[in-house]
Structure formats: C-alpha cells, structure tokens
Design a protein around this ligand. Structure first.
Ligand SMILES: Cc1cc2nc3c(=O)[nH]c(=O)nc-3n(C[C@H](O)[C@H](O)[C@H](O)COP(=O)(O)O)c2cc1C
Length: 336
C-alpha cells in the first residue's frame, strides 16, 4: 500500500505530520513519534513575544540589584539574554536526531522580526517553515483588511528572504478565508495549515479570575477544516494540510477525501500516546485495502467541491435544508 503524499513539494512517506507543540521539545519523544510512523514533525513555534518577555525578565532581574550594588550588572557583563539561540540550537539538534523532515514555526509581533528570525530558522537546516499567523483581535479600532494586508506583506518579505518551502498556518477568523488564502497562494505560499486552534480564556467564577486552560481537541472539531479542504482542493497551487480535531485514522481519510494532502496531529498524541500514530496509519491502510485503493492519489479530493457532481454540496442550500429538517431533529432529541 502506498501511503506517500506530497506536501510543500516534499515527498512524505504518509500524510500524518506531528503539528507544532511541546511534543517536539523532548527529543526522545520525537524519536518515538518517528518510530511510530509520523512522516514529519513541526518544531514548537519561536514566539517573539516569549523572547521579549524573557529579555525583559532578565533585564529586570539584573536591575533589581542596582540599588544594592551598582557594579552588580557590570560584574557579569557576559550575562545576556540568549535570544533565539537556545531555540535554534534545539531545532538543529532535533534535525540531526531525526530522519524525517523537520519544519520550523514562527510567530512574531514586528514586521522586521519575521524576516530576521525566518532567516535564522532557515539556517538551522529545517526542511520548511510554517508561519504561524496566530493573532487574536482585541483592538476594536483595527480594521480586518489592515490585518490581512499586514500578514500578506509579512509573507512576501519572508518569501523573498528564504528559499525553503513556506506554509502558512491560519485561524478560521477571516471574513472570507477563501479569498484571503487565494491572495496568500498568489504570493508564493507553498502550503496552508487549516486551522489553528486558538486558546480562549475561561473564567473561574469563584476566584473571579481569567484562566487559560490547555484544552485539547474533541471529536467533531475537524468539521470546519474538512469543509475548507473540500472548498479549496484544486483551487490553489499550495498544498493543503488539515489541522484541528484530526484524532482518528478515519478523520485522516475524511480529510484526504475532501482534498487534503496531509494532516497535522497534536491532541490525539497527548491523549493517546505516540502509538496512536501507528494505529491511525493501520486504519488508513485497512480502509484503502477494503475500498480497493492502492495509493493516496487514487482517492484524494474525491469528495472535494470540484469533484462532486451535486452542485449544492458545500453550499448554503445544504445548511438551509438541514435546518428545515426540524421534525427529524426533534424526533432524535426528544426534549419533552
Ligand atoms: C501544548 C500545545 C502546544 C502548542 N504549541 C503550538 C505552537 O508552538 N505553535 C503552533 O502553531 N501551534 C501550537 N499548538 C497548536 C497545535 O499545533 C494544533 O494546531 C492544535 O492543537 C490543533 O490540532 P489538534 O486538534 O491535533 O490538537 C499547540 C498545541 C498544544 C496542545
């Protein structure tokens, strides 16, 4: 059975990539993931915010001695924030330890930093770079168009600065993600990772405090990504990678049928361990065997909008039809 697929112009032995997360920070775990069958791994994002925070903390720590001993800071002139060095070194080490492709991931605040850090990351020898366009709006005066324009400019800058393939990881929160993806595609993006899971705060009502729980994905969370894979398949030059809620082998098959070239998984590894990857690959192989498919290309995109005969598939009409079946709904969920 041939499970190989092409992602970002790179041949992967199968479509299951381990997404950016803390799983990549432990090299033993990363090797286990490779042994379990993962075809590639995305290293945790380099967050500029985190670096700034660490630098500010170091600065503060040094300066809190100023009053007691003015020479304190000068006594240790070599102590300085390591910046992205530790991160870059860790990627280099992991790249040496693994045989599968390793991708870097980047999330910056300032335009200039995107370019600078992208160059540093590319120099580590990574096989591709994911731009993590994670941004949660909190400014009521900021126009959506300005955010999109800014991210597009960032992509163009990074595209011009590095030669390695570039993927863009997006949240679904754009007025028309399809049009925006088309613009990014035209500007040289090699792949789209759809969609990022945004961490939303919760409120502890007794402490009356904000909390940010690390909640993992649940069954059914992949529906939006599957819909967008189906809409985008055949419409963009870039590869498509389904992310969020891909928990089982069956979810991978559904994403591929919709048109994904690959998937990224994180939650299912946290929940079920590294062996889950092997089990998911077995499910895919078994399904292909039963359906008489020999390779991913035999069925990839078969259920995409482009390949479905039904003109209403993926359209609003489907949604209206669903809501109109209210009787069926009440019968299923007997409220009274
Ligand atoms: C502990 C943890 C750390 C993560 N760190 C990153 C990160 O550094 N960069 C990133 O783009 N996504 C990060 N993510 C998001 C995942 O890559 C992925 O997009 C998200 O978990 C949805 O996929 P899933 O349903 O398979 O979990 C992280 C997720 C978790 C649970």
């Amino acid at each position: 059975m041939n499970l190989s697929t092409n992602y970002l112009g790179i041949k992967l032995k199968n479509p299951i990539i381990v997404g950016a997360s803390n799983l990549s920070l432990d090299s033993k775990l990363a090797i286990e993931l490779q042994e379990a069958g993962a075809s590639a791994l995305v290293f945790k994002s380099l967050f500029e915010e985190q670096l700034n925070l660490e630098a500010a903390e170091l600065d503060e720590n040094l300066h809190q001695y100023d009053d007691r001993n003015a020479e304190m800071v000068n006594l240790f002139p070599k102590i300085e924030h390591s910046g992205p060095k530790a991160h870059l070194l860790a990627i280099k080490e992991l790249k040496k330890a693994l045989t599968i492709p390793v991708f870097g991931s980047l999330n910056c605040i300032y335009n200039e930093s995107w370019e600078e850090y992208a160059i540093h990351l590319a120099e580590t020898g990574i096989d591709g770079l994911e731009l993590n366009f994670y941004s949660t709006v909190s400014d009521i005066d900021k126009q959506g168009q300005a955010i999109e324009q800014n991210q597009l400019e960032t992509l163009k800058k990074v595209r011009a600065a590095v030669k390695i393939p570039i993927a863009v990881k997006l949240s679904p929160f754009y007025t028309n993600p399809l049009a925006y993806i088309k613009a990014l595609d035209g500007a040289g993006t090699n792949g789209f990772v759809l969609f990022n899971r945004l961490f939303q705060p919760d409120i502890d009502i007794w402490e009356e405090a904000l909390q940010i729980p690390y909640n993992l994905s649940h069954k059914g969370d992949d529906r939006m990504t599957i819909r967008y894979m189906g809409l985008l398949s055949g419409q963009v030059k870039a590869s498509l990678c389904a992310n969020t809620g891909i928990l089982e082998g069956e979810d991978v098959v559904a994403a591929l049928l919709a048109g994904a070239d690959a998937v990224q998984v994180v939650s299912t590894v946290y929940k079920n361990g590294t062996q889950k990857i092997t089990q998911m690959l077995n499910v895919i192989t078994d399904w292909m065997h039963r359906k008489g498919y020999n390779s991913i290309d035999d069925f990839k995109g078969k259920m995409s909008k482009q390949n479905l005969k039904d003109p209403h598939a993926y359209r609003r009409a489907q949604y209206v039809d669903y809501l109109m079946r209210s009787k069926e709904f009440s019968n299923k969920y007997q409220i009274r």
